[in-house]
Design a protein around this ligand. Structure first.
Ligand SMILES: C[S@@+](CC[C@H](N)C(=O)[O-])C[C@H]1O[C@@H](n2cnc3c(N)ncnc32)[C@H](O)[C@@H]1O
Length: 637
C-alpha cells in the first residue's frame, strides 16, 4: 500500500530506450550515468566506477562510432538488379556500419527478423576496422573504392593484444544500430561458435536487454573442428536469439498427425483429451506443495481430495485460483466410477486441440550440416566452389519458420556472404506464399586472386552473392513451374519475375560518397575555380536514379517502394509508391509544370536546385503548389 515507486518506473523508461545503461550496484538496479552520458555525446566521455558489465578497451569509441552520422549515400545499380522497378527485395554493397546508419530513418522499427553470421573471430578471420575519426576529405578519396575495404579488413590473430576487443568494437555499433531497425515484435538470430559466444551473449544482454534473451540454438555442424587428439573437438554452432521486446512470440510448431490422434473426445467446442487433475507420475505428496492440496466439490456436492490409489495424500496440478478459473472456462470434467463396489468421483482437466502448443527446442542436431550448405552453393555454380563456409538453406528457413512472420514482413542480413538468407526467403515465399522481402548487406570484399571464384570472374563477394540470388531464383522458378503446371503461375512470362506472384527480383544499391558537392571549405579558402565547380551542387557523375535514392533515404521512405515513371510536359517524373513521392530532376521547371503536377496531388515532391527556369519560377512553383495542392511537401536538393 505505497505510492508508485517513481524511481523504478523512471529506470524502466530509460531501459526501454537505452537497455545498456541499466546496471547492477550493491543497492540493486541502477542507471549507469557514465554510459548514459556517453549515449548522449559525440566524443568520448571519461568516468570509471565499479559496476557489473562487460568492459573492453575501445568500448566508448564503439558507442561513439554508432552515433557519428554518415555523409555517404546509396547509388542504385540498375544493370546488376533483376526487375528493378517492381521488386521489393534489396541487395546493398558496402560496409554494413555505414549502410545500417543510412537505413535508420527508412527502416526504423520496420524489420521483423534479422539473421547475421558475422566473422566468428577464430584467429584466422578478417575483422573490419572502423575509424570514426576519419576526416571528410579522406572519405572523398576512399569512397566506393574496393581497395579501401580490403585495407580495413584486417586479420585478427589470437596473438594480437586486442583480439577480443577488436572484434567487440566491430560488433557493438552494428548490433546497436540493428536493434533500432527491429519491429517491436521483431527478433534477431546471431550465429556464433565457442570463440566469442560468451562475449556476444554479454554484449547482446547489454544492447537488447537481458530480459529479451530468448535462448541459444545449438546446431550440429557435422564437421569436427579442433585438434581431436588433445582437445575436445567442436561440432556445434550456436545461434543466440534476442527479441526487441516481450511482444515477440515464437511461432508454435504445427501439430503432427500422431499428436492429433490423442485428442480422442469431442464436444461442441471441438476435439479434446483429458488428463487427471491429481498430479500423477512419481510421488507428488501434499507436503511438497501444500497450496495444491485443497478440497473441491464434485457435481453431487461431496468434497473430493487428491488422494493416491495407495491412500497417501497427494496434490492437484494447480492451486485453488487456477482451479476456479478452469471450472469457469469449462475445462474441468467429472466422471463417476465404481471402484471396489464404491462409487467415486474422478476429476480431469480438458485440453482442446490448439490449446497445447509446442515450440521448437534449442537442440537442432537434425538440421543440415555445413557440408550440405557448401554443396547447395556449389550446385548452383556448376559444382565449382566459390564461397567458403555458407550456412545451410534449411537452417535459415527453420529460423524463419519460428520467427512468427506475417505476410509482407522484411528480413535483414547484414553479413550476407553468399546470400543464403536471400535464397531461404525466396524459398519460403515460393512454398508458403508469405510474400516476405529481404535486405542483404555485404562488403565488396575482394576474392583471392588465386581462388576459383576470382578466375571465374567473381572479383568480390558481392558478385558471388548477387549471382547466387539470380541462380537460386531461376531454380525456384523452374520448381514452381513444375509444381503449378506449364501454364500455371508464370504462363509464358519471359522476364524472371515481372508478373509472377513470387518476387524473385532484387534491387542493387552500392554505398558511395555523397551525391552533393563537398561544401566544407571556409569562405577564405574558396578560389574562383571552386566557385565554378559549385555552380551545380550535385556531382557531375550522379544520375536522376542516384538522386531519387538519396531523397527516399532522407525522407525515410523504404528503398523497396515501387518506382514508376511518367512524362509531364516533356519532363521525366519519378512516381514512388503511387503519389507518396514525385521527383523531377530535369531542367526548365516553371509555373505550367507546377499546375500540371498539382493535379495528381503528390504527398511529396522534389526538384534539383538548378532545375528551375529561374529564381522567380522557383518561388512561384512553391506558391502554386501550396495553393493547388496544400498537402504536398516540397523539397529542393
Ligand atoms: C561468415 S560470412 C556469412 C556467410 C553467410 N551466412 C552465407 O551463408 O553465405 C560473413 C560475411 O560477412 C562479410 N563482412 C565482414 N565484415 C563486413 C562488414 N563490415 N560489412 C559487410 N559485410 C561484412 C564478409 O565479407 C563475409 O562474407
Amino acid at each position: 500500500m505505497a505510492s508508485p515507486d517513481l524511481v523504478s518506473e523512471n529506470i524502466q523508461k530509460i531501459a526501454e530506450i537505452f537497455p545498456n545503461c541499466v546496471t547492477e550496484t550493491a543497492e540493486g538496479k541502477a542507471i549507469d550515468f557514465d554510459l548514459l552520458k556517453q549515449e548522449l555525446n559525440y566524443s568520448v566521455v571519461e568516468g570509471n566506477k565499479e559496476r557489473y558489465r562487460l568492459e573492453w578497451p575501445g568500448k566508448r569509441e564503439a558507442i561513439v562510432t554508432a552515433h557519428i552520422p554518415t555523409t555517404k549515400t546509396l547509388r542504385p545499380v540498375r544493370e546488376d538488379s533483376v526487375d528493378f522497378d517492381n521488386t521489393e527485395n534489396i541487395y546493398i554493397e558496402g560496409d554494413n556500419l555505414e549502410v545500417l546508419k543510412l537505413l535508420q530513418e527508412s527502416y526504423l522499427g520496420k524489420i521483423k527478423m534479422i539473421y547475421i553470421d558475422p566473422p566468428y573471430n577464430t584467429g584466422n578471420d578478417f575483422v573490419y576496422k572502423d575509424n570514426f575519426t576519419i576526416k571528410n576529405e579522406e572519405w572523398k578519396e576512399i569512397s566506393g573504392d574496393y581497395n579501401d575495404y580490403n585495407q580495413r579488413l584486417v586479420v585478427n590473430p589470437e596473438t594480437a593484444g586486442r583480439f577480443h576487443s577488436d572484434w567487440l568494437c566491430m560488433m557493438f555499433p552494428r548490433l546497436k544500430l540493428a536493434r533500432n531497425l527491429l519491429k517491436v515484435d521483431g527478433v534477431i538470430f546471431i550465429s556464433i561458435d565457442d570463440n566469442e559466444v560468451h562475449n556476444l551473449r554479454k554484449v547482446c544482454d547489454e544492447i537488447f536487454g537481458e530480459a529479451n534473451y530468448r535462448g541459444t540454438i545449438a546446431r550440429s555442424t557435422g564437421t569436427r573442428m579442433g585438434s581431436g587428439n588433445r582437445e575436445i573437438s567442436s561440432e556445434i554452432d550456436y545461434a543466440l536469439i534476442y527479441a526487441k521486446s516481450e511482444k515477440f512470440q515464437f511461432s508454435p510448431l504445427p501439430m503432427a498427425p500422431e499428436d492429433l490422434k490423442i485428442y480422442d473426445k469431442e464436444d461442441e467446442r471441438g476435439r479434446y483429451l483429458t488428463r487427471s487433475l491429481r498430479r500423477t507420475g512419481g510421488e507428488n505428496r501434499r507436503e511438497d506443495r501444500p497450496s495444491m492440496f485443497y478440497p473441491i466439490k464434485a457435481p453431487d456436492g461431496t468434497e473430493v481430495f487428491p488422494i493416491a490409489p495407495e491412500g497417501w495424500e497427494s496434490r492437484w496440478v494447480c492451486g485453488k485460483e487456477t482451479y476456479n478459473k478452469l471450472t469457469k472456462e469449462g475445462h474441468i470434467e467429472w466422471k463417476k466410477v465404481i471402484e471396489n463396489n464404491v462409487a467415486t468421483w474422478k476429476v480431469y482437466q480438458k485440453h482442446y486441440v490448439g490449446e497445447a502448443v509446442k515450440y521448437a527446442s534449442n537442440n537442432w542436431n537434425n538440421v543440415d550440416g555445413n557440408k550440405k550448405a557448401t554443396r547447395e552453393v556449389n550446385e548452383l555454380f556448376d559444382k565449382m566452389k566459390y564461397f567458403d563456409h555458407p550456412k545451410p538453406v534449411f537452417f535459415i528457413k527453420k529460423l524463419l519458420d519460428i520467427s512468427n512472420l506475417q505476410k509482407g514482413d522484411t528480413i535483414l542480413d547484414f553479413f550476407s556472404g553468399s546470400a543464403t538468407t536471400a535464397h531461404s526467403v525466396m524459398k519460403i515465399n515460393a512454398e508458403d506464399g508469405c510474400n516476405c522481402k529481404f535486405i542483404m548487406i555485404q562488403l565488396p570484399e575482394s576474392t583471392d586472386t588465386n581462388s576459383e571464384a576470382y578466375k571465374a570472374g567473381y572479383k568480390n563477394i558481392c558478385e558471388i552473392g548477387k549471382e547466387r540470388i539470380r541462380r537460386a531464383a531461376a531454380k525456384i522458378k523452374e520448381e514452381l513451374k513444375v509444381k503449378n503446371g506449364k501454364e500455371g503461375l508464370f504462363g509464358s512470362e519471359s522476364s524472371l519475375s515481372a508478373k509472377s506472384e513470387v518476387d524473385l527480383g532484387f534491387r542493387v544499391f552500392r554505398l558511395a560518397d555523397s551525391n552533393m558537392q563537398d561544401v566544407y571549405y571556409k569562405p577564405q579558402d574558396y578560389k574562383q575555380e571552386s566557385l565554378d565547380l559549385f555552380a551545380d551542387n550535385v556531382k557531375a557523375d550522379r544520375t536522376p536514379d542516384d538522386l531519387l535514392a538519396q531523397v527516399m533515404l532522407d525522407w525515410g521512405l523504404p528503398l523497396s517502394l515501387k518506382i514508376g515513371q511518367l512524362t509531364v510536359l516533356g519532363k521525366k517524373v519519378f512516381k514512388v509508391a503511387e503519389n507518396s513521392l514525385y521527383a523531377c530532376f530535369d531542367k526548365g521547371i516553371d509555373e505550367e509544370f507546377a499546375k500540371e503536377i498539382a493535379k495528381d496531388k503528390p504527398l511529396r515532391i522534389v526538384f534539383r536546385d538548378n532545375s528551375f527556369k529561374n529564381d522567380t519560377a522557383k518561388t512561384n512553383v512553391k506558391q502554386l503548389l501550396k495553393q493547388l495542392s496544400p498537402e504536398t511537401e516540397m523539397k529542393v536538393i
